[in-house]
Design a protein around this ligand. Structure first.
Ligand code: B12
Length: 456
């Protein structure tokens, strides 16, 4: 069977993310899973950020599309066009899990949940053109997973990816992970992770776990020590919480992580404002002294990037401004995103009454204001302008270089190199988005008429 697996572009045009340095992990993983459960299919992987996918020329028997919320409009349009030509379409991924009935309108079949336990069945049904409308994939055991196929997409991505676990013990209101994968975190066997990273032809990786060290610190130390023994000349970055850095074994953890090749930690700092942290239910993962935790990561020779949410209904102008001051004080970079209520999350349920009517899902991309604010001064335009300004101020050359200079020599040179490799494309992508945003017709057509109707 001819199988095409697609990751849609981010943003309707897809141009914006052309420079993404990482292949969509799910494509390489699903290709490997296909080989594992039913070898012999002819596979094509499409990262639609990288190349245009034209549904009118596809010759696939089955097209599988993975869908994050901002990708849904493109995915649905493409699925409709493929189905009009008689090509079977399967939709899967987080957005499908959150809104299965919506996705089902555009697919021959949807997969709600994980692929591992139902992929064999789906492929068999697709081969005989007898797909069921819906497949439910329960949480899969994580033993014996295949290694991603890195030979099917172009070789232009700087980073490979690997995961060692699924799920997250925290339950932040804005996050889809605990809703989608559960709060009981499943772990892959250490020897399997180590073998995968060691045998990969990639040298730099994103560890895409939701919490690389905060689930079980003892297991993380064991994993890192094993990696340090068996994996050489490979480096990686990943997300971790700050509360774990306040554990009695945290210095051991940091040293083990660095020796295992960790160069940079993305930490969910979320906000300087305690009220916002509370609203987002992100207080517990911070611990008592999170700024000290950040300094200790840096002192261990691992760079830090703060993940920040701005523009929630509890946020004010000051909360945007305080982020730049914080980053200058600590000499760390930050990745600010607009607080976005993704369907299926607690935040969505809370913010639903305030959503701006008429917005399609591509607006839910972490750049745009998608709901009305309690403070009339915090209009959607004001919030969008403020995030653009914050991002521009954060990624100036002097600031990027100063941050790199502040990483402890223990991490030299790879923590310094990775810091540049993460900061530079991020600053460039933000700049490019700001340019497009300025060029876009103002006011955005989808929002204003609806707002005006509302206010009338
Ligand atoms: C890697 C990653 C990225 C990468 C690559 C994503 C990609 N598809 O190319 C990048 C950096 C590009 C990215 C970007 C964003 N991401 Co992201 N990302 C992740 C991360 C960390 C891992 C996803 C992953 O690859 N997992 C590994 C693969 C193997 O697993 P999987 O995708 O879950 O797939 C499994 C099943 O879901 C299923 N499946 C999924 N799709 C399909 C399709 C088919 C056909 C089949 C059969 C099965 C199937 O099978 C797989 C095996 O079981 C997740 C966190 C997470 N834990 O999921 C967030 C996550 C997916 N991202 C998220 C978000 C919000 C974003 C952004 C919007 C960030 C933002 N600014 O706010 C942007 C989008 C940018 C934009 N401009 O629009 C949210 C999704 C929320 C939502 N409702 O869509 C997540 C869940 C994070 C979170 N904490 O909530 N992201």
């Amino acid at each position: 069977m001819r199988l095409t697996l697609i990751s849609p572009p981010f943003g309707e045009s897809g141009q914006r993310s052309k420079g993404l340095p990482i292949a969509p992990p799910v494509l390489e993983y699903l290709a490997a899973l296909t080989d594992q459960v039913q070898p012999g299919h002819e596979m094509t992987l499409v990262d639609a950020n990288l190349r245009t996918f034209d549904p009118s020329t596809s010759e696939a028997d089955l097209v599988g599309i993975t869908v994050l919320t901002p990708q849904a409009p493109w995915a649905y349009r493409t699925a409709d066009a493929l189905r009009a030509r008689g090509i079977q379409v399967l939709l899967g991924g987080i957005h499908v899990h959150a809104l299965p009935d919506e996705a089902a309108l555009h697919a021959d079949a949807i997969l709600v949940g994980e692929a591992e336990t139902v992929w064999d069945r789906i492929l068999t049904d697709a081969r005989s053109h007898s797909l069921r409308p819906r497949y439910d994939g329960p949480y899969a055991p994580l033993e014996g997973l295949p290694h991603p196929r890195t030979d099917l997409l172009p070789d232009s991505y700087q980073f490979g990816s690997f995961f060692t676990s699924r799920g997250c013990p925290h339950s932040c209101a804005f996050c889809s992970v605990h809703e989608n994968f559960g709060r009981v975190v499943r772990m892959r066997p250490i020897d399997e992770v180590v073998a995968e990273v060691a045998s990969s032809r990639k040298h730099m990786f994103w560890n895409i776990d939701d919490n690389v060290w905060g689930v079980n610190i003892n297991r993380s130390i064991d994993l890192y020590r094993e990696m340090a023994k068996q994996v050489h000349g490979k480096w990686w970055f990943g997300s971790g919480d700050l509360v774990t850095l306040q554990h009695s074994r945290s210095d051991e953890l940091m040293d083990a992580a660095r020796c295992a090749g960790m160069t940079s930690a993305m930490v969910g700092y979320e906000s300087e404002n305690p009220l916002v942290l509370e609203e987002l239910q992100a207080t517990r993962k911070q611990g008592r002294d999170r700024q000290d935790a950040i300094k200790r990561i840096r002192a261990a020779g691992i760079d830090v990037m703060l993940f920040i949410m701005v523009g929630s209904r509890a946020d004010h102008r000051r909360d945007f401004e305080s982020i730049l001051e914080l980053c200058d004080r600590l000499d760390v970079a930050a990745h600010p995103v607009m607080t976005t209520p993704f369907p299926g999350t607690g935040l969505y349920r809370e913010y639903e009454p305030f959503l701006i009517p008429g917005l399609d899902w591509d607006n839910f991309d972490g750049n745009r204001a998608t709901f009305r604010h309690a403070d009339p001064e915090m209009t959607p335009e004001t919030r969008e302008d403020m995030i653009l300004k914050l991002r521009a101020d954060l990624f100036t050359w002097p600031r990027m270089l100063r941050r790199i200079g502040q990483i402890s020599a223990k991490g030299f040179p790879m923590a310094h190199v990775t810091s540049f490799m993460v900061q530079y494309p991020q600053g460039r992508a933000f700049k490019q988005f700001a340019l497009e945003h300025q060029r876009a017709p103002q006011p955005a057509p989808a929002r204003r008429p609806a707002e005006e109707r509302e206010m009338a």
